[in-house]
Write a protein that binds this ligand. Sequence first.
Ligand code: SF4
Length: 330
Amino acid sequence: MTKKKGRVFSGARPTGRQHLGNYLGAIKNYVALQDTYEDTIYCIVDVHALTTVETTSELKQNTYDMTLDWLAAGMRPDESMIFVQSHIPEVMELHTFLSMVTPLGKLTDLPTFKEKVRQQPHNINYGLVGYPVLMAADIALYKAVAVPVGVDQAPHLEFTREIVRSFNYRYNTNVLVEPQMVATEVPKVLGIDGKNKMGKSLNNHIELASTPKETQERVMQMVTDPQRARLSDPGNPDVCNVFTMHKIFSDAEEVERINDECRKAEIGCVACKKLFAKNLNENLMPFRERRAEFAQDPAYVWDVLNDGADRARVIAQETLSEVKEAIGLP
Ligand code: SF4
């Protein structure tokens, strides 16, 4: 297959062992983009994490665990540059330059900033305000032409594009590239509570690297159709998160059968969940085997990150020197 020209960039916070929501919402797409774009850059944005984390004691382990999961899921370090944001300090410099062309009022007006202020009123730090500028620097530093984002994140990318345009306009240059959005279909993955988006903070997640037994235990806790109190009550798969997951991880015939039997009360939720747990574990088996192999050599995982940083740094330094020249810095 001929790959598209240009570079894709995406960043993710070091959240440690990844869960189904991370996989379906981002990692799966990261892996696929390697086949469609010439250059793929995936950055673990540890500096961004500092705006919200209470303690940094787990940052290193989380970075390692996340990289391990990424590699096991099929991210290929010989093709993609996988690295840690803080290993390329040039991004902080570009952030400073971009901050000069970004109106403060716009930053404090952003719904995401207001949301964070609500969430952590005891810690409204400068980094929270400058977050979108650092994000713009992440993307612009590597001259990414494309950024995969779900529809809900589209306004963030639009803001990056504005900052890039402002910079180019202010300094009468075209050094920085306005990235395009690669619209990705990100399914809304609900947690085992069946209500909220899957995430670690709500402890409603299912980790990819769990054992089959742990996975089954989590699946058995999943909330199903709330109207179905007894086995003899017909269920409604359309409002059941277990069914949504079956559609992703079970084969079409089985999905069709569950759909039918659930509505006729011919299958119970316990049996349905056991089936899902079995199918999920089967789907995750190759991932878990690869992960166990990578885990035997932790030095390799750090080598991947160091090598990714070395390659990314070359691009970063080049861009930064062009940026300084465009500004007219002596
Ligand atoms: S039988 Fe399956 S699809 Fe139907 S409500 Fe129960 S868990 Fe959901």
